[in-house]
Design a protein around this ligand. Structure first.
Ligand code: GLA
Length: 373
């Protein structure tokens, strides 16, 4: 499926891992509507690993686990579609998924037909247990072509964690999004490491094929499958702001049935989602740094707007400086930026060098326009 904006949705893995069920998925679809997430733009409900039995059936097909999904997968797909949402599932390019379930290596066309018969709209395709000597990129080409052959329009979400310089070939294989990093953990170091590892790869991401820097941990608070210390609300704010600024797909990873108001407001922040979903899908670039402590990013948006972000990746307070020269507003050009802080609503004009002093892990995001100074 070709998609003109980074996909938005929810995925079961970060919180639930193996602990998935029809009931959980149906309640999550309901919660996406009740909590206003669908109205905010989130549309995919995706089951990750661990949905099947451990063996294929006598025909060679993967079998849905009847204990977890007693009415079968099509029933769940129909339910999710009846809510106006889209349904995603998971497989893997190797002989077993990462959690050890049957996976699609040399069964690509068969499995794609099964997925199409269920009625999926999205397939996440992982990279565990690939036989030695396989050509990784070609395994993604094969499944992409199998999905196209399946008779259903399915978004292909590649997940090879950045292996084989994925950013250089993934667009050519027909994927709609691609994981470019190892797995996120619920702590700020993980957010920082992922963000910094992607800064020089952002230009590869664009309309139709988006760099997916992994599912969100917003609202997890050290509960669930990828818990590893947890985050504060400031950490989650910076995490979500970076993911929006970088134009990543946004796949919520917390239990949205029980999400708190702070996290829900963040996930629905209109200005951040406007930046993430900007129709021009342009690349954020560095426009100020403070050693390894903090960075400033700038991004051109549609409608002659711009986004400007300051992030302090360090644990202690740091000052990050925007040098207007680095965004093309040379000293004396007569123009600066009229900015609005997307969290506080504060408005002011930046006319020359601008410093932001930020507490450890904190960030600020501004929507801007040029203005005569
Ligand atoms: C890999 C992926 C994760 C998740 C697990 C499931 O680690 O990167 O996102 O899908 O497999 O086992």
């Amino acid at each position: 499926m070709f998609t003109k904006k980074p996909p938005l949705g929810w995925n079961s893995w970060n919180t639930f891992g193996n602990d998935i069920s029809e009931e959980l998925l149906m309640q999550t679809a309901d919660a996406m509507i009740e909590k206003g997430l669908k109205d905010a733009g989130y549309e995919y409900v995706v089951i990750d690993d661990c949905w099947s039995l451990l063996e294929r059936d006598e025909n060679g097909d993967i079998v849905t686990d009847p204990q977890k999904f007693p009415h079968g997968m099509k029933y769940l797909a129909d339910y999710i579609h009846s809510k106006g949402l889209k349904f995603g599932m998971y497989s893997c390019a190797g002989v077993k998924t990462c959690a050890g379930y049957p996976s699609s290596y040399h069964n690509e066309f068969r499995d794609a037909k099964l997925f199409a018969s269920i009625g999926i709209d999205f397939l996440k395709y992982d990279f565990c247990n690939v036989p030695a000597g396989s050509n990784g990129p070609l395994l993604y080409h094969t499944m992409s072509m199998a999905l196209k052959e399946s008779g259903r329009d399915i978004l292909f979400s590649a997940c090879n964690w950045g292996a084989d310089h994925v950013e250089t070939w993934i667009r050519s294989c027909g994927a709609g999004m691609y994981r470019s990093t190892g797995d996120i953990n619920d702590n700020f170091a993980s957010v920082r490491d992922i963000a910094l590892s992607q800064v020089d790869k952002l230009a590869y991401s664009g309309i139709g094929c988006y760099n997916d820097i992994d599912m969100l941990i917003v609202g997890m608070y050290n509960r669930g499958n990828v818990r590893n210390g947890g985050c504060t609300d400031v950490d989650y704010k910076t995490h979500f702001s970076v993911w929006c600024m970088f134009g990543s797909p946004l796949m919520i990873g917390c239990d949205i049935r029980n999400v708190n108001d702070v996290s829900l407001d963040l996930l629905k922040n209109k200005d951040l989602l406007r930046i993430n979903q900007d129709e021009e899908c342009r690349t954020a670039f560095v426009c100020g740094d403070n050693g390894n402590k903090g960075l400033a990013f700038f991004r051109h948006l549609s409608d002659n707007e711009y986004a400007l972000m300051f992030v302090n990746f360090a644990d202690e307070e740091a000052e990050i400086t925007l040098d207007p020269d680095k965004i093309g507003l040379w000293n004396g050009c007569g123009y600066g930026l009229s900015v609005r802080d997307v969290f506080s609503g504060d408005k002011f004009v930046i006319a020359g060098e601008h410093k932001e002093k930020l507490a450890g892990h904190d960030s600020k995001v501004f929507l801007c326009r040029t203005t005569a100074i």
